[in-house]
Ligand binder design. Structure first.
Ligand SMILES: Cc1cc2nc3c(=O)[nH]c(=O)nc-3n(C[C@H](O)[C@H](O)[C@H](O)COP(=O)(O)OP(=O)(O)OC[C@H]3O[C@@H](n4cnc5c(N)ncnc54)[C@H](O)[C@@H]3O)c2cc1C
Length: 455
């Protein structure tokens, strides 16, 4: 079988690369060993955010009395939640299949083995072997769980997010290790479902890599909501502590829980790939690529989680498109600064571009404009008083280089900031936008106004 692009992996990186090749008139063959849609659709973003919707509804149930509605406090039924969530996943999987078929992407369902610089041998589920050769190959095999090598980490009761997704009831006591967005989302999910939760972050603030001030505001809100957060807490030894209990010990102390969820253990899936034979290099355990998503080997591209970096769905999708465009002869580059981060914590956190610290490292002199969510009418009508929008703008003209938000609807409002960065807008451009009222976006304009005033 011949193609312009052979894509190994049917997650967001692979799917959007294949679709883009078809749009540009090329022939794409996509190989997927499990389910089209990848981690994002089946074990990541979609099922997690669908579970969080149940947590939102439960929170609303519990808080109903403060809105003049009868509060309901029945026990959550995680089985029913799972069926509901699976329906959403199936719906999107069918949509993905239909989309690929209508676009003319040839899909092979089976495990692919890279046998040469641009060829893959596929063992289809039917047992049929197919050899596919392309003008180019895209490695888009994603990431897998890789638990830290610590004594006792294989104790029963140590969970990954797959266990969390499949839980039939909330654990009594849960320790979540990793204050990244995945850890916070699951900590809040189980807290809302009735678990006592402690969130452990090895570093000095939650959301490593994000703006420290935004992370502090989020931590304050989490703690106000009864979630215990411990920073600089890194376990060194796990052990069984009686029936159904896990103990964690580290320099910061010891604690026990019924379950320990390791939230930060996804690593690029490079081990099944003959990278050395192909002449493809790795950096820090990930496939090394340039901003065209090209590896050092002629005709071999890589995109998504297998290349490390942001390890987010939207980055995987954008990188897949960049790889496809380059292999089809266009000139295309992936710019992480234009790629937003959207976290479905409560309240939501979203960001695009540089933090103040990153801007300083890049040699930029910046100002930071702030707006408190507590003065935003829409946030208050939603019952949310805490949060912040921060606009980072570079001197002397006020070009917006970063926007950071913690507050309701942040994951939606950030789209405006993505456009602002893309169009190289100035703080005064954002400040001058007229928004509907009441909307959370008004706070974005206020933060930009505050930045513009300081220039
Ligand atoms: C719990 C959780 C929550 C998340 N939440 C979010 C979120 O809210 N927002 C966000 O942006 N990101 C989120 N992510 C991250 C997101 O899921 C990934 O960044 C994204 O799926 C990466 O896409 P990808 O195409 O690189 O890889 P994947 O989606 O992992 O796809 C890779 C595919 O390759 C296939 N494959 C592997 N080897 C072979 C082979 N040899 N032959 C054939 N097929 C193969 C796999 O079966 C898989 O389907 C979350 C992840 C997790 C685990």
């Amino acid at each position: 079988m011949e193609a312009d692009l052979v894509v190994l992996g049917g997650g967001p990186a692979g799917v959007y690369a294949a679709l883009r090749v078809r749009e540009l008139g090329g022939r794409a063959v996509l190989v997927e060993r499990e389910h089209l849609g990848g981690t994002c659709l089946h074990r990541g973003c979609v099922p997690t955010v669908a579970s969080l919707q149940a947590a939102h509804l439960r929170r609303a149930q519990l808080e109903g009395a403060t809105w003049g509605l009868a509060a309901s406090t029945g026990a959550p039924d995680l089985e029913t939640l799972r069926h509901r969530r699976d329906r959403t996943v199936r719906h999107l999987q069918t949509a993905t299949q239909d989309y690929l078929r209508e676009a003319g992407v040839e899909v092979l369902l089976g495990t692919g083995r890279v046998t040469g610089p641009r060829s893959v041998e596929v063992e289809e589920r039917s047992g049929r072997q197919v050899q596919v050769t392309g003008r180019a190959l895209l490695l888009a095999v994603g990431a897998g769980f890789s638990l830290p090598e610590l004594p006792g980490i294989d104790s029963p009761g140590v969970w990954t997010t797959d266990h969390a997704l499949d839980a039939t009831h909330p654990p009594g006591e849960l320790a979540v290790l990793g204050g990244n967005f995945i850890g916070i989302e699951w900590a809040q999910f189980f807290q809302t479902m009735g678990s006592r939760v402690v969130l452990l972050e090895p570093g000095p603030h939650l959301l490593p890599g994000e703006d420290a001030e935004i992370a502090e505001v989020l931590q304050f809100i989490l703690e106000q909501g009864g979630l215990e957060v411990r920073l600089n807490w890194a376990p060194e030894v796990f052990s069984q502590a009686g029936p159904g209990r896990v103990s964690l010990r580290g320099p910061a102390g010891e604690l026990q829980a019924d379950r320990v969820l390791i939230a930060d253990c996804r690593r690029p899936l490079v081990h099944g790939l003959p990278l050395a034979d192909l002449g493809v290099e790795t950096v820090g355990g990930a496939v090394a690529v340039d901003d065209r998503q090209a590896t050092g080997a002629q005709g071999i591209y890589a995109a998504g989680d297998v290349t490390g970096g942001m390890m987010l769905s939207q980055a995987a999708r954008a990188q897949g498109v960049v790889a496809a465009e380059n292999m089809m002869g266009l000139e295309s580059r992936f710019d992480p600064a234009g790629c937003p981060r959207a976290y479905h914590t409560v309240p939501e956190v979203a960001a695009v571009g540089l933090t103040e610290a990153q801007a300083a490292e890049a040699g930029l002199e910046t100002v930071a404009g702030r707006a408190e969510i507590g003065f935003n009418a829409r946030a208050l009508t939603l019952g949310k008083e805490l949060g912040m929008v921060k606009v980072v703008a570079a001197r002397p003209h006020g070009k917006v280089v970063g926007v950071h938000m913690v507050g309701p609807l942040a994951t939606e409002v950030i789209g405006q900031a993505v456009l602002a960065l893309r169009l190289e807008a100035l703080a005064e451009d954002l400040a001058g936008l007229v928004h509907g009222h009441p909307t959370v976006a008004e706070a974005l304009a206020e933060a930009a106004q505050d930045a513009a005033r300081q220039l």
